[in-house]
Structures are given as C-alpha cells and as structure tokens.
Design a protein around this ligand. Structure first.
Ligand code: SF4
Length: 296
C-alpha cells in the first residue's frame, strides 16, 4: 500500500500508553519561550487584571490565519490603546471605536468589524465592569461553559444593541454553528488555568470543565495519536469535547494542560501535519505518532 492510500489512524498503536509522550511534549514546549510567538503574549504584557482580560479577549478574537499577520494587527491596536486599554476602551464612543479600529483589517475582518468589537466591549465594560459577569450568568444556569461563552458573546453584542456599526462578524464565533470555538476556548483557558503561562484570573471555573481549543493542527496530531477516531477532515465542537475527554485519562483535573504544548509542536517544533524526515525524528511524539510510523 502506498503512503497516500494509508490512513494514519489505521496504524496499530492502540495499547501504547501516551502519557509519557504527552508529558515529554509538555516539558519541551510549555514554557515562557513559546509565549513569545503566541497571542497569549498580548494579555501577558499588562499587569492589571482587567487589561489582561480585555486584551486577552481581543487577542483571541484576532487569532486566526497567519500568526505574523494577526500579531501585527494586535500590535497596532496595542499602540493605539496605550498602557491602560480597558479604561481607554470603556471611554470610547462609536466614533472613538472607529478611530481606534481605523485601517485594522485581517483577512475577512474589516475595520468596521474591528470597531464593532471595541464598541461591544466598551458597552459591556460600562455596564458590567468586565467580561466575567456575562460569562458567569451563562455558566450559573447549569455549569456548562459553552452556555457561559454564549452568554459572554451575547453580552458583547446583544441582539438589541443600538449602533450604526456593522457588527463584529467573524471576530465573534457563533456557538450554534457547531464550530469547535477554538478562539473562545483558548481565551477561557488563558483566564482559568494558572501555571505561570496561562493567567488564572477566573478562579471560580474548574480547570476540569474546560474544553480544548481545537484547531486543525491539534486536530491532526490528536488523530495521529489515536486520541480522535473521527475521519472528518475538520474539527467540530463535539471533537473538541471528545479529545478533552480522551486527555482526561492523562490529567483528570486539568486535561487542557497539554493544549499549549501540542499547538506549539506545530509552531515551534515545526510539525507539518504529515511525516517529514527533518521534523519527525526530533519530535517527542514520534514513537507513538501513526503518521510518523507510516513514514518509516
Ligand atoms: S511525529 Fe511528525 S507528524 Fe507526528 S506529531 Fe511529530 S512532527 Fe508531527
């Protein structure tokens, strides 16, 4: 059978204990060096908790497409918002939001969407003093963090918002569309986990209730490890939940602990999403990666 005929999930590694290999990836990539080229570097640049929360949400909202491209837009926003971005945003009217968002476009997000996100956050800050009350309102109905995230989205951009701005568009994910909510779950990971990398600001949310922020890179690696049996080509929210449950075998209280390292295996470790003779031999997952086994 040629390599192109082979599904990497068919390679038999089912009895292998992945724990030591996941720990090895965690040890290599879960460190401050990896934060430098991660959107998490945006909120960590501030010391004030509310600045971290607000800039974390904005950084996560822009975190799609090429890393260098969205980090450049975020750097521009940071320059315009100054040292105390939360209080600056809270003081902006629509015209001010348009001035700050002027020219800040990223892929299919235009400056109107950027201004709308700022406007939605500004209204929420003036109303609730932060993002967390909206999240908590959804969370407290049944403890489901997806309900908390949906409530947060509604808090930022309620259906009855009065504005001439077009709306945040792609900057706010739709919970109902079945997408894995990668950016929202990443923001929540930053807010909840507390280990010197993630920020640990929302202490009432148990780490065990988080859902892994599943993007195509982590999705592919999870399939290579046999953690996700799906043959779907792209991730869905149910895949993110299934992968989180699979990772619970290796850390019951904090399954999302491995996310930062797995995603940086793609960024810093150069995983190309397929066997490659220069990257796979140096990868801590190589002995248990079905794609790597197929390549030998
Ligand atoms: S062994 Fe290769 S394909 Fe598998 S996760 Fe590592 S770098 Fe990626």
């Amino acid at each position: 059978m040629s390599r192109t005929d082979t599904d990497p999930t068919d390679t038999d590694l089912t009895d292998t204990d992945l724990g030591p290999f996941l720990e090895a990836v965690y040890q290599r990539f879960h460190n401050a060096d990896s934060v430098a080229d991660d959107p998490l570097s945006v909120p960590t640049a501030y010391s004030d908790a509310l600045d971290r929360e607000v800039m974390g949400f904005i950084a996560a909202a822009f975190a799609f497409g090429r890393v260098q491209a969205f980090m450049a837009k975020l750097a521009c926003l940071r320059d315009r918002l100054g040292q105390s971005p939360a209080s600056r945003i809270a003081g902006l009217d629509e015209k001010g939001c348009m001035a700050v968002g002027s020219g800040i476009r990223h892929r299919f997000v235009g400056e109107g969407e950027t201004a709308s996100l700022l406007h939605g956050i500004a209204c929420l800050l003036r109303r609730d003093g932060g993002l967390k009350p909206s999240f908590d309102r959804g969370l407290c109905t049944n403890g489901n963090i997806v309900d908390g995230l949906e409530s947060l989205l509604f808090g930022i951009w309620p259906a009855d918002i009065e504005t001439s701005l077009p709306g945040p568009g792609f900057l706010l994910a739709s919970v109902r569309a079945g997408s894995p909510l990668k950016r929202l779950n990443m923001f929540l990971r930053w807010m909840v986990r507390d280990d010197g990398i993630d920020l640990g600001l929302w202490t009432n949310v148990p780490t065990g209730s988080l859902i892994i922020p599943l993007d195509t890179h982590v999705f592919r690696i999870a399939r290579f490890l046999g953690l996700l049996p799906t043959r779907r080509s792209g991730p869905r929210l149910k895949d993110a939940i299934q992968l989180t449950d699979a990772l619970r075998r290796y850390d019951r209280e904090d399954p999302v602990r491995f996310d930062f390292a797995l995603s940086h295996l793609g960024i810093s470790g150069g995983c190309r999403g397929r066997f490659h003779e220069t990257t796979c031999p140096n990868c801590p997952l190589s002995p248990v990666c079905r794609e790597s086994q197929v390549g030998h």
